[in-house]
Design a protein around this ligand. Structure first.
Ligand code: SF4
Ligand code: SF4
Length: 131
């Protein structure tokens, strides 16, 4: 069983964009604070913007440009980005297994924030896109 991808706190200030390069539908976004826009590229850093959205001001204020965001309306649950060899810090989870902090939760092995409640990030992933 696989679900929508959720990026959690281990991405903060790492943001190496490895997940962007494996996503087949360009639904993983960066925040451009200068232009107040969420944008996605086919290949991270190539400058060719594939998709863009307006951020919700309240939600984007939480982490700003320190983290990447999955658009949950666009994610096809293909599983590519949350394979263990993609994110170097284990920040990405399938929605239905996002850790809730309990000792019975299965954490990504590289997640630096094991034991934390990550369920907030499901809400953030839904709210940060205003359109
Ligand atoms: S699960 Fe697939 S479609 Fe969804 S964000 Fe990850 S790579 Fe993109
Ligand atoms: S691969 Fe992991 S650390 Fe890198 S940008 Fe994606 S979620 Fe963040």
């Amino acid at each position: 069983m696989s679900g929508i991808a959720i990026i959690t706190e281990a991405c903060i200030d790492v943001k190496d964009r490895a997940c962007v390069d494996v996503c087949p539908v360009q639904c993983i976004y960066e925040f451009d604070a200068e232009n107040n826009v969420l944008f996605s590229e086919v290949q991270a850093g190539d400058g060719a913007i594939e998709n863009s959205h307006t951020p919700n001001p309240d939600s984007i204020a939480t982490f700003g440009d320190s983290i990447l965001y999955v658009n949950t309306e666009e994610c096809t649950s293909c599983t590519a980005c949350y394979q263990p060899d993609v994110c170097p810090v284990g920040a990405i989870y399938s929605e239905e297994v996002v850790p809730n902090g309990s000792s019975k939760t299965k954490y990504n092995s590289e997640d630096q924030n094991k034991g934390h409640d990550h369920t907030f990030f499901i809400e953030l992933s839904r709210d940060v896109f205003a359109d």
